[in-house]
Design a protein around this ligand. Sequence first.
Ligand SMILES: [Zn+2]
Length: 640
Amino acid sequence: MTLWFKRLRYHQRMRHVHASRIVAVGIAGALCLAFACQSGGPPEVRAERVVMVSYDSLGADLAWQWISDPTVSSPDGLAGMAQEGFSAERLRMVDPTLTAVNHISLAAGRNAAGTGVVSNSFHRQDTPITEWVSGFNASSDAETLWTAARRNGLRVGTLAWPGADAGALDRVGDFGVVWPGPPLARSELVEFDPEVAETTGEVPSNDGLAPLLWRLRFDLSSATPSNQELLIALVDADPNGRPRYDAVAVRLADEDDWGYVGEMEWVPVEFEARAEGDLRSHLYGAWCKVLHIDRFTGALRFYRGEINRLHAYPDAFEDRLTEAIGPWPGEPDRAVADWWLDLAQGIDLDTFIEQGERLDRYFDRMTEWVLAEEDADLLLAYHSSLDVYQHASLITEDLQWAYSPGRALAASEGLKRMGRSIDRSVASLWRALEPERDALVVVSDHGQIPIFEVVRPNRALADAGLVRVVEEDGRARVAPDTPMVAVTGGAFLHLYLNLAGREPGGVVTMAEAPELLRRAARVLADLEAEGRPAVEKIYTRGEAASVGLDHPSSGDLVVFLTPGFAADGGLDGPVLEPSRYYGQHGFLASHDEVCGVLFARGAGIKKKRFGEAEATSVAPMIARWLGFEFGDVPESKKGR
Ligand SMILES: [Zn+2]
């Protein structure tokens, strides 16, 4: 009944906007247990709409540091949430501290043993040992917030929330955006040579310099059309009497309008295409940038961005949203992010950060548009930019391959800039809501820890004769009859035995299993670099209950690496080598550095600050705010 009234209130509000503060009902006792709190549990409120947004890799310590620096100070942003709303000092995540795992746990209110999403990538028993599933495309064993809310008559939108991939009926809201697959075409960096340029009369140029024209054709593989061509003209746009190339004009070969940009400026390119297997064409886009103009010789360095589109459901929603906010702009481009090693290679740090900021603004416009245009009670929104940035650029320690004091400073300034972008996002969401009735919940899935070394457990186990390898197309692969395999995610791995009677084609008998696991554990425990052991903790399946990983999909050994190390599941390359990227997660959730954040504001929420909250307490809290029971309902409350 509560729900029916709630819906009615909401729709009344849509017609007559008038204040009707909903009186809080206290069930503080149960909440206090969930929060292990010092001061009476989170607030009991009734919210008409809740927006929960996750900023991937926003560590609790990092967020509070930004608030106190203050890197962030907007009264509508994180500082405002801490000042006016309720907040946890830290959100203790579930193990392992990986993205798919914790987004499902945030949405389902259970640890990994409860959801069955035990890593970003894992093996399921009763399937061949070489068959793995992605945690981003796996259904939770426990009901998620989006499914429970819909069952209770609420309207839910999932905006790129990891795990809500629309791949099954229990992985959709009423509408939503799903994470796009690979781009239709990868990005490229092109050095245009004035010696081979054509010219054109279509664009004006001054001071006696004829335009230099190049054609950049890029392949769209099996899409229709199968390629596109960009015309890129370098001109002297400034009639100041000095012949200097200073602007670039860009157009698609089959369109008429030129777009003009200067050095270090971005130019968007958009066109319709139908990818292989798609039933209709979609609007694709690429953000391109003029990286360098040699004003005298006319040499041009040009970045042609990835070709992407928005993936959303249902189709009509996708069309309206694409019309409103344009095609998916892509993530910061790690494929060309080599600047920490060689400043002459790839894109520069500014370009990478600008891509992150652009993605943040895109997600913000998406959520704002949905709040204005869709009748939604619950929105689950997601930002990945901070995660991508820290993986590439968390440079703080002199053990790290690319470390120098100057690079560490540049990396830290870049991180602050990403922090201001996240803060701008929080502020824009807050301003899009109605504080008296709506609640904004800001969470994250983990923090990151600097790494200096990559370890390849399968290589180590293969060298010890415990993983069997075959050559396939000139590359080493794990053989179907291997005794075991490590399936890695970040700084974590499941080690699965290929057990006869459990895995189809299994080769290890129950009698052989204990000794094989002992040998594997010894190999892993012996790995070290710079005098530090690579492995922090190894659990057997039986012991894994203590870290919430006692699930049939968990490994026979569950292995957490030591902060500083990251795992690579591949066989190519040495067992240990310096890492060429710098931040990682997946470490034991007991490390404070990998704690996430929890802030909430609005809907009558009073200022309150907690010590620590559990990631699994977030979903039941939001359900209560929206007026429905969720998860384990205490016996005393059943039947009400
Ligand atoms: Zn993450």
